[in-house]
Unconditional design. Structure first.
Length: 53
């Protein structure tokens, strides 16, 4: 059907590519923002250390 069901836990991994870390990070978070399901949570600190360099 049209539904994906989960009983919790880590259910998804989003990856994005670019020539630089900041753009890849932005792309990945843009994709994560478009994915919707009840109770969705995700870390918003991934890549920040690499961007600071």
């Amino acid at each position: 059907g049209d539904q994906v069901l989960t009983s919790g836990g880590r259910v998804l991994c989003v990856t994005a590519l670019s020539d630089n870390v900041r753009t890849a990070q932005t792309r990945a978070y843009d994709i994560a923002d478009r994915i919707q399901f009840a109770g969705k949570q995700y870390r918003r600190d991934i890549g920040h250390r690499a961007v600071k360099r």
